[in-house]
Design a binder for this molecule. Sequence first.
Ligand code: FES
Ligand code: FES
Length: 154
Amino acid sequence: MIKVTVNGTIYEREVEPRLLLADFLRHKLGLTGTHVGCEQGVCGACTIILNGDSVRSCLCFAVQADDGEVETVEGLGTVENLNPLQTAFQEHHALQCGFCTPGMLMTGVDLLRKYPLATDAEIREGLSGNLCRCTGYENVVKAIRVVVDAEHGR
Ligand code: FES
Ligand code: FES
């Protein structure tokens, strides 16, 4: 049995030791906002925040999150009340198919918490582990920069 807090809700579930954290979120909790692409740590689509750090949930076992705190894209905002980064993605066309978007958002949230004054170079470096086949990345960088600027009144 593991006990994990996900987006502020405590869940207790029996899991096999080999169950991946991405599959735990999607299949045991029904939180399918976390996407699974490569399943080998390359694409970043499965990125979530575990105990304050962005991690690839396809490279973690669910048991590693025992007694931990997980944040997923479902916890960011609602359709009626988007997180500022989600709003910036929407307004600046930072997504097309959207498959990479949950991972981009969670990476972006982690980046903004740790580097609230991030430069464009730091934003690009921060996003370098998240692959996107659609956007060319420019508008993703722009959306994050808009949030950095807004938070600092620029
Ligand atoms: S699915 Fe986890 S990094 Fe690609
Ligand atoms: S928006 Fe399609 S993969 Fe990024």
